[in-house]
Design a protein around this ligand. Structure first.
Ligand code: IMP
Length: 442
């Protein structure tokens, strides 16, 4: 097993541009971590993905669930949806209305370069999945993949097409989408009126007051000393380039995407905080070496309420995989980690952590690029004692020394194995269930 002794002792001191990234297959609890951190930031920005994400924030008795809105909206912060996000206008309007109902002030800027998810894309997502049969990905069926495909094929529509009243681009999209639906799948458009320019434009109209050049805005915000938090969606192992292809989403979910997806130069991004669940989960299909199909897996699923925010599907659960974690940390360049859902492991004894893979009798700590191989590896585990105490965060926990000794051991093991420092520990879904190491100033 690889042990990284050089744990970064660099103390993160109030970075101006901080990127928060998921290090597993999504659902790491990024929404909650971003909510906690956003108190000290001026602007919260989404830069990739779309309504396939589901970020949950619990404040006192209120639960807020967002798919597109940046989580900072709950605190009434300035929020920005960058050019790298694909927007389902209907979903975004619903979220804006929910915030209004909750009497939360909305301060939103949406990039005019962002691509739009249309009813065609949602229909094609479903048709693609059905056509794949056994090889289906288990997408969220929100039209994400087809929208990114059209972006790259240069037949997509962007918000700027509606601010500039460019109906020609809509015609390009419409004829491309119809030929897929009619000629490839031999069916018809689900609801021709909903998928018409007239109907779609009337929905987009509601968003136009929020639309502008977000790249230019962020540049001036940085120049005037504003602090900007970049909120990742999905997770590194779902990244289109670095994830477990083809069982991935269709955007880049790694830290570098924060620059491309907003137009902010990467030199502005001072630090990357990786969010990592204390165990692993995966929703949808694809290999998962440490998956548990036994009572412990069910226990994680129930205690962790591991059911998808967007689709309600049960998430597969398993032991923490340090091979995958080291890989994700390397790609994102995170010096610091937020370890979430630690409370879900309370009472499980012993705990197991995957430290390497056995590939046909050979031990490796390299995460394989060939996904098929990942379904054949046998995890090699280290065992350690679990803790039994429920943890109620209090100021005395903030140097981590007063956490249960077994949990300190678990954290220390992760730090030594990855070379990254655990700076935050989350022990429950509420904002207040969060312990921040007092040496870190986010
Ligand atoms: P898509 O992003 O809807 O195209 O789905 C592709 C794959 O990514 C499927 O396995 C989804 O379950 C997974 N996925 C997409 N978004 C999320 C997320 O926010 N959390 C967890 N899994 C996700």
């Amino acid at each position: 097993m690889v042990i990284y002794n050089r744990i970064s002792l660099r103390i993160m001191k109030s970075p101006q541009g901080l990127v928060v990234i998921g290090l597993q297959w999504g659902d790491e609890g990024k929404g909650k971590i971003v909510d906690v951190l956003s108190e000290n930031f001026d602007i919260v920005v989404r830069f990739q993905g779309g309504s396939n994400a589901g970020h949950t924030v619990i404040v006192a008795n209120d639960t807020h669930k967002f798919r597109i809105m940046p989580t900072g909206a709950v605190r009434g912060k300035r929020t920005v949806i960058g050019n790298g996000v694909v927007i389902d206008p209907t979903v975004l309007i619903e979220e804006i209305e929910a915030l209004r109902e909750a009497k939360i002030e909305i301060d939103l800027l949406i990039s005019d370069r962002a691509h739009l998810i249309t009813p065609f894309h949602i229909q094609i997502d479903g048709l693609n999945e059905t056509a794949k049969g056994n090889m289906k990905l288990g997408t969220t069926k929100r039209g994400i993949g087809p929208t990114y495909c059209d972006k790259v094929a240069r037949v997509g529509v962007r918000l700027s097409d509606f601010t500039q009243r460019n109906s020609e681009q809509w015609s390009v999209l419409e004829s491309s989408a119809k030929s897929i639906i009619e000629k490839i799948y031999g069916t018809v458009v689900d609801d021709p009126y909903i998928a018409s320019l007239e109907s779609f434009s009337s929905i987009i109209k509601k968003l136009l007051p929020y639309v502008g050049d977000s790249g230019e805005y962020l540049e001036s915000a940085f120049n005037t000393g504003k602090r900007v938090l970049f909120e990742g969606a999905q997770g590194t192992l779902l990244d289109i380039d670095h994830g477990t292809y083809p069982f991935v989403t269709s955007s880049n979910c790694v830290s570098a995407a924060a620059s491309v997806g907003t137009g902010v130069p990467f030199s502005r991004l001072d630090a990357v905080l990786g969010v990592c669940k204390a165990y692993m989960t995966r929703v949808g299909t694809g290999p998962f070496p440490t998956e548990l199909k036994d009572d412990i897996g069910h226990r994680m699923q129930n205690r962790g309420k591991e059911f998808g925010t967007v689709t309600g599907r049960p998430r597969r659960c398993g032991w923490l995989d340090l091979v995958a974690l080291r890989y994700a940390i390397r790609i994102n360049g995170c010096s610091h980690l937020a370890l979430t859902k630690v409370d879900v492991l309370t009472g499980i004894n012993p705990l197991k952590v995957c430290v390497a893979y056995d590939v046909n009798g050979t031990e490796t700590s390299t995460f394989p690029s060939y996904t098929e191989m990942l379904s054949e590896v046998v995890p090699i585990y280290d065992e350690m004692a679990g803790w039994t105490e429920e943890i109620e965060p209090s100021p005395e926990h903030s140097d981590f020394n007063n956490l249960p000794s077994q949990l300190q051991n678990y954290i220390g093991f992760i730090e030594r194995s990855t070379g990254s420092k655990v700076a935050m520990v989350s022990v429950g879904p509420r904002r207040t269930d969060t312990i921040v190491d007092s040496r870190f100033r986010f």
